[in-house]
Design a protein around this ligand. Sequence first.
Ligand code: RB5
Length: 155
Amino acid sequence: MALIMIIIGSDHGGFKLKGELKNFLEEKGKTVIDCGVFNEESVDYPDIAQLVCNRLFEKKASFAVLICGTGIGISIAANKIKGIRAALICNEFSAKMASEHNNANVVCFGGRTTNFDSAAKMLDVFMTSKFQGGRHQARVDKIMSIGECNNEKTR
Ligand code: RB5
């Protein structure tokens, strides 16, 4: 079986769920690199998103898991980083699609919106689903070619 390395990180809002998901992954035999946080002191989630995504590329890991209170801020931050396709997962169907259609390399959860049992099921579905390529590859290629930053204020 191929060695699966997963990078994980959270802000204070995702600290508890991060620990639970880390144990879950290790019990499944995965190698997990934990980028913190290591306590519930308040931190800024964009810093964690950058740290984890940089580590994902450095280690050539399979994918990364990012958790903040809602999963929203940390997924927005991660998606600003070149090469990242971060998916905020809220049910098992979206977990499957994030893999099969979007070839996500980061999955995000909300530590204050999702309990461990649900998150573990979603992560399992994500890990056991495969990118389907074909027309989805062409769409993913289009996503990856979007590089212009529009700083216009929209709201
Ligand atoms: C931190 O209080 C909270 O804003 C953060 O965890 C996250 O939910 C942001 O989207």
